[in-house]
Design a protein around this ligand. Sequence first.
Ligand code: ADP
Ligand code: MG
Length: 360
Amino acid sequence: MITLRNIDSPQRGVIILDKDHKISFANRRASEIFGVAIEQLIGSDLPGAVLHREMGDEDIVEEVLESWCDQGATFHRYSTPVFAADGVVSGRVEIYSDITARRMLEEEILERNTELAELNAALGEAQEQLVHSERLRTLGEMAAGVAHDINNVLGIILGNAQLAKRKLGEDSDVRRSIDAIELAARDGAETVHRLREIGKPVDSASYKAVDLNDIVNDVVRGAVPAWKESGLHDGVSVETNLAPGCRVLGNAAELREALANVLMNAAQAIEGKGNISISTSIGDGYALMTIKDTGLGMSEETLERLFDPFFTTRGAQGTGLGMSMVDAIVIRHGGKAMVDSEEGIGTEVTFCFPACDDVD
Ligand SMILES: Nc1ncnc2c1ncn2[C@@H]1O[C@H](COP(=O)(O)OP(=O)(O)O)[C@@H](O)[C@H]1O
Ligand SMILES: [Mg+2]
């Protein structure tokens, strides 16, 4: 069924052109849209803004006239040739619909969609963080539960080892074996201690403003001479590049522990000669500390499992607790640890903390 409702609607501007493309009829809406009185429209060409496209007599034109006319409105234009009984083109019908509101709505929907996507991403990240912290918490609880028992066992081993040593002479093979037992028991105690550290609850009440630069200086001053003395990491040079005012709210001892772990890993990753650079920076409400080494770098699999407790590629020499402890400390400080690494090139670890502007 044909309905004339659309043609009559004042929402749409309707113009009829004769075979010479002159306007022969126009409705009131068309006059409003073009800003020209109907009497003036009749007999004239289509306003120039519309006729930007050469039309053949057979062309059906359908286009969007962006921000057209004074009000900055957007129109949809539909133009079709009309034919006389003998099949000859006798003119055109042009229909203009104001789609400004629809356009605005579409833009708004698009904007909302982008907002929604951003919110979704933030939610996903928060969820991941939550799962991560929850895992650490569970591990901590488990560690606290077994730590007591293991410490008792280790205490008995250590006590008896020391007793046995006292009864033996200096140079016996048995004594050396007992020394080894003692060392292993102490290492075990250390591992239990570290495990408990991972699950330690946040004690932010005791947090104070800490200068990250002091942390860097203290750790470097402590570690580097010890390396030199022990002959380990001889070819490793450490340089610092510190920006003033990198203050965070936290526990200095924990932050030193975190940096010392990363620094140790960096040194262990360097075979022969290499360089470690530690830098700090501040901006956008965040204080950053970056530790970059020219060591072996990590495979993708190592990088993925880096923060997992007990993950190590260093066999019996590693405990795999260093980076999980680093991660736990950084999270306790409301921060995030990010790692970028390339095999054969090196590794870059960045701690990102909320900056503290409290100058007490
Ligand atoms: N700077 C680094 N360069 C290369 N590999 C690294 C670096 N830091 C950590 N790793 C890798 O991550 C693993 C886990 O580190 P960590 O948790 O400190 O445990 P551990 O040092 O006891 O192995 C290491 O065994 C090593 O493979
Ligand atoms: Mg380590």
